[in-house]
Design a protein around this ligand. Sequence first.
Ligand SMILES: NC(=O)c1ccc[n+]([C@@H]2O[C@H](COP(=O)([O-])OP(=O)(O)OC[C@H]3O[C@@H](n4cnc5c(N)ncnc54)[C@H](OP(=O)(O)O)[C@@H]3O)[C@@H](O)[C@H]2O)c1
Length: 319
Amino acid sequence: MASTTCLTLPSGRRMPQLGLGTWLSPPGIVQHAIEVAVKNGYRHIDCAYFYDNEGAIGEGIEKVLKEGLVKREDLFVVSKLWNSFHAPQDVKPACLETLRLLRLDYLDLYLIHSPMGIKNVKGDLLPQKDGKVQLDDVDYVDTWKAMEKLVDEGLVKSIGVANFSESQLERLLSGARIKPDVLQVERHIYQTQIKLIAFTKAKRMALTGYSPLTSPKRPFPPGKLDPKNGMEDPVVKEIAKKHGKSPAQILIRFNIQAGIATIPKSETPAHIIENSKVFDFCLTEDEVKKLESLHWGARAVAWDIVGMGEHKYYPFKTE
Ligand SMILES: NC(=O)c1ccc[n+]([C@@H]2O[C@H](COP(=O)([O-])OP(=O)(O)OC[C@H]3O[C@@H](n4cnc5c(N)ncnc54)[C@H](OP(=O)(O)O)[C@@H]3O)[C@@H](O)[C@H]2O)c1
């Protein structure tokens, strides 16, 4: 079994560094992925209402708990409040729906999925008009106040945000009664987030890096911000060969060694197992520098589709 290390959050809770990503893991398959992951030492599962598979993940979680493969208190289950539910009165119902789907009575961590609200249109998570998403400029500080109440009510143990810029996080931190435990952002060799990692460390928050493998099968069309598949990068391949590891393991280890959590997605049992074997070797300082030098600011998930880039709170404008 893989051992996994943990990060201590500002709230004092502990978050396993390695988690299983679930975006694009289809219902019918993701249940088994959860079981394979738990059997191979994963304790952190990254979910989101938007991924439209929380019901199936709930079945997987229920199975591993019923079979005694893991205790609830040893799992770290994360979900995210979708952009349609930023209005304060919509936050608790959205959280309760996620809990119902996941078959849980609390979440370990609930994140605001992005700072950008969109109109709450029943049955449509990306309501569009003339080819553009219907944006809503509800202030994420007001959303945060409703998130704090979820902690008060015991529905979630920790709260945090995803895809916030440094200045948005500063603004949130300045008024928050409960400080965010975690910032989740894209982080890999082409988007190293050196500045944001230092910022969160200075604030004693934890950072979770998503798309560690550069999200090779993301559904968005290729564009100028589209990174190559990092697992095919010659620098990564060379380092992998030296360590007798796979390129995926090098990319995951790159995040682990940065002192952040990371959540590679896989629905393929052999990959899930392979991705867990990242605690038995170390990259040298020189190798880390070589990998960091591959940064070119690419984003696999730029959040600028169907007009989202025009949002008042679009987080990546200043880049
Ligand atoms: N907060 C946010 O806005 C946000 C955005 C994006 C992602 N996320 C989270 O982060 C997770 C990871 O990011 P991601 O899904 O974008 O991409 P990723 O983890 O970088 O890459 C996943 C892809 O790599 C493949 N893969 C996994 N392990 C492999 C291995 N050992 N060898 C070869 N291929 C391998 C997977 O295929 P198989 O399934 O066949 O293994 C899948 O196609 C997501 O699932 C989600 O939970 C959050």
